[in-house]
Design a protein around this ligand. Sequence first.
Ligand code: SF4
Ligand code: SF4
Length: 375
Amino acid sequence: MSTQVLEPAPQRPLKKPVVRRSTPDRSQIIRRTAQWIFVALNAWIGIQFYLWVRWYERGGAGWQVARPAGVEGWLPIAGLMNLKYFLATGHVPPIHPAAMFLLIAFLLMSVLAKKAFCAWLCPVGTLSEYLWKFGRKVFGRNLRTPRWLDIPLRGLRYLLMGFFVYIIASMSAEALAGFMLSPYGMVADVKMLNFFRTISLTGAIVLGVLALLSMLVENFWCRYLCPYGALMGLVSLVSPLKIRRDPEACIDCGKCARVCPSHLAVDKLVQIRSVECSACMACVAACPVEHGLQFAALPRKSASVAERWRGRIAGPGAVAAMLAVFFLGMVFAARATGHWRMRLPQSVYMQLVPNANQVSHPGMDGPDSTMKGVR
Ligand code: SF4
Ligand code: SF4
């Protein structure tokens, strides 16, 4: 008779109690509302700016509207130049001052709430998001860039950002003022409008290729090419609010990582520090359990899950309110101090706006080239 030695059965990991969310997530509805409000605001600004330009192009005939200062939100390089000028001299520059105030507002948003500007407000980010969602519908899926290509491509936007920051940082306050006060600096906004109004075949092809790539790859422009997003991403590293996972509440379902448009390992990390996180909260919306994932400040040290996160979570309503406070607060501050609008005499606009395409970059063809073609 043989004696059988019984081996202890391998222990199964204890199943975690699943605490389902008590309230439905509204983050994506609130974020989409913020996105469309900003799209509508930019469309309004665009139309008003177009009408303003046309009035000067018609020699003062037709419907005269005021120049919308908000158009300067589309001049991030002017904003950066003006910010450097302001820091160097203590004076708000007279040309495109709103560009600086808006840049400061967007930077403050990144300091506190990751790259929320990109996912909640930026119209280009909104367009990118809808393009990849549309592409997923058309092609059935989006493509995932292989890692060996993804990493060097992600470096492109930092090269672009570094180039602009280096050039601007190396310019003296006098040189910055000289640039912004040149005809080129004054009508940089009109030149931007003209680029899209009279787009060349090459420009149209480039935009078409970018649109196609944006349909194939999630946030192609934002992920690989946008220098503005690169700057916001670097600033967002200091943000106290982050996506944070509670390993005790998390049931390791992996839903959060699957929906993340930045392909971050949300289901493995306890906090997302990455410069790629745009605080879109898609991961939070996908999480099925209470307190599994949240956009929050550092949790309390407490044994209970609920207690850990009490008073630490920034819900979607709070994020939207925070962005509105920074944006409207900065516009109000600029208006209240008389620095929102650029005040150039009408005669200067009358001379420059219709001839914006002939105004060349200062320094490109010598010091007198800036007035070439302007009579
Ligand atoms: S980690 Fe979450 S909030 Fe950040 S980008 Fe991914 S899905 Fe959006
Ligand atoms: S969605 Fe992510 S955080 Fe939430 S339970 Fe699943 S793995 Fe955990």
